[in-house]
Structures are given as structure tokens and as C-alpha cells.
Design a protein around this ligand. Structure first.
Ligand SMILES: Nc1ncnc2c1ncn2[C@@H]1O[C@H](COP(=O)(O)OP(=O)(O)OP(=O)(O)O)[C@@H](O)[C@H]1O
Length: 254
């Protein structure tokens, strides 16, 4: 995916994203980082066509996003959503079947076999008949991932996917994202955990005040002054045995 001079302002607001240009490499994990309100979620919304930029172009495989029909786009781009109470009555299997809708006209005509693999990949097989409101936050998060995978997308977008996950499942998810990228999927996520972002990603976008401050490999962006300035907090990079360089927030000098 590529952005060229993309700007989006929320209706009647000054806030949003401004003049973003750059690429999201195919088959790689790109993580968008930056302080609260930097425009990370807004950028993801421009990539999923949830919002349409007032200026600039977002392209997928060389075509502007606006050229795709909704159904075609749903076969190319999937979003791992956050929890939504609207679906509490649905079973896990029915939710994952919804992910197959870009390939069928009706939910009722999606064969059970089509969701088996996606349930297995997300360790949900034994919960297939459970209702969403009977699941823990972490289990629900896996349902959203299973739905997105059922779309068999080229691009997977995730907004803070580790929010409801314990450290074990955070690690499991990051490993799974690495496997999906290795299989050719373009993974684009927003993370607040900066060390997780630097560890798991091939490419990073650093945003602040709606603008792109820097984009590059973790090695390019692992610079204490750049991160301290962007996050407005004192930062040092320390070498942790068996872990490598680690970004730590240090107390303000008194
Ligand atoms: N629906 C909305 N209507 C109006 N302004 C919005 C809306 N959503 C976000 N904004 C504003 O746009 C700017 C960017 O918000 P965005 O949610 O993209 O930031 P973010 O980097 O994802 O923040 P956070 O880390 O806090 O989730 C912020 O100033 C925010 O107040």
C-alpha cells in the first residue's frame, strides 16, 4: 500500500492527519507508533477506507482505494476490530462466517467447513458454539482476528491488537503476525508498547501531531533523542543481556 500526500480532517475539526506519504512494504510488518492523538488510528482508517482523505491518494496494488468495490476491497483488506456489544448474541462460528461474506451473498450459505481452518489457527475450535458475551476479552480478540483471517486479505490492519491480551497471548499474536507476514500478508498495526513495536516490526512509522516524523527500520528509528522529542519524555536505550537494545523511559532530572 502507498500513500501520496494524504490529508484527512474530521468534519468541522482541525485535527486528523496531514500530508502523509510513504509505503507499507508487502509481506512485512509495519507498526505505527506515536503519542496519543498523533493520528495513528486516523491513518489506519484511511488505509481501510473508513474515511476518505480530502486530498492525496491511497493506493493498493497500484490502484486507488476509491476504485475498488466494497466487496472486492473486503477480499483485499481486513481490519481486526475492537470489541462490539452488537454481536454479543452471536456464536464464534457465526462471527467467523461473517468474515467469509466477501465470497458469498448470504451468511446462511457459508459452509461450516470454510471456517474450520480459521477457528483452528486462532485456537477457537473448542469455542465454536460459544456466544461472544461468554468469552473473555482475550478470547473475543481472537474472534476478531479469526474473522479478519477468514476474509483471506492481502493486507491486515490492527489497531492496538494487544489491548485485551495477557503477556502470553501478546507474544502468541506477535508470532502469528510474523507467520502471516512470512506467508506474504502485509501487516499494518498500531501499537503503544514501543519495545514490542521495535521487536516485531520490519518497518516503523513514527507520527506526531498528524504528521510523519520518520519512517524506517527499527535500527533507523532506535534513537533516544528522536523518541524523546516525539514522546516528550526522557528516553534512554540500554543493552539488556539476551534481549538486545531496550528503550526505557528515565525519570526527569530534578
Ligand atoms: N471521530 C473524531 N472526530 C473528531 N476528531 C477526531 C475523531 N477521532 C479522532 N479525532 C482527533 O484526531 C486526532 C488524531 O486522533 P487519532 O485517534 O487518530 O490519534 P491516535 O494517535 O490514534 O491516538 P491514541 O493513541 O490516543 O489512540 C486527535 O486530535 C483526535 O482528537
Amino acid at each position: 500500500m502507498e500513500l501520496q500526500h494524504v490529508s484527512y480532517r474530521y468534519p468541522g475539526q482541525e485535527k486528523g492527519v496531514t500530508d502523509l506519504s510513504g509505503t507499507f512494504p508487502i509481506g512485512k510488518i509495519t507498526t505505527i507508533i506515536g503519542p496519543n492523538g498523533a493520528g495513528k488510528s486516523t491513518l489506519l482508517k484511511t488505509l481501510s477506507r473508513q474515511v476518505t482523505p480530502q486530498s492525496g491518494t491511497v493506493t493498493l496494488a497500484g490502484e486507488p482505494l476509491t476504485a475498488y468495490t466494497s466487496k472486492t476491497l473486503a477480499r483485499k483488506i481486513a481490519v481486526v476490530s475492537q470489541r462490539h456489544e452488537l454481536y454479543d448474541d452471536m456464536t464464534v462460528a457465526a462471527m467467523v462466517k461473517m468474515g467469509r461474506l466477501p465470497y458469498h451473498s448470504l451468511l446462511a450459505t457459508v459452509p461450516d467447513e470454510e471456517v474450520t481452518d480459521f477457528l483452528a489457527q486462532t485456537a477457537l475450535t473448542s469455542l465454536a458454539n460459544a456466544h461472544l458475551d461468554d468469552l473473555s476479552g482475550g478470547q473475543q480478540q481472537r474472534v476478531w482476528l479469526a474473522m479478519a483471517l477468514a476474509q483471506e486479505p492481502q493486507v491486515l490492519l490492527l489497531d492496538e491488537p494487544t489491548t485485551y491480551l495477557d503477556v502470553h497471548y501478546q507474544q502468541t499474536l506477535m508470532t502469528q503476525l510474523r507467520q502471516l507476514a512470512a506467508a506474504g500478508m502485509t501487516v499494518i498495526q498500531v501499537l503503544h508498547n514501543i519495545n514490542q513495536a521495535f521487536t516485531v516490526s520490519d518497518w516503523l512509522w513514527l507520527l506526531k501531531d498528524g504528521r510523519l516524523v520518520a519512517a524506517g527500520t527499527p535500527g533507523d528509528l532506535r534513537q533516544a533523542p528522536l523518541l524523546a522529542e516525539t514522546f516528550q519524555t526522557p528516553i534512554e536505550i540500554v543493552d539488556v543481556p539476551r534481549l538486545g537494545p531496550y528503550i526505557v523511559q528515565v525519570p526527569e532530572a530534578t
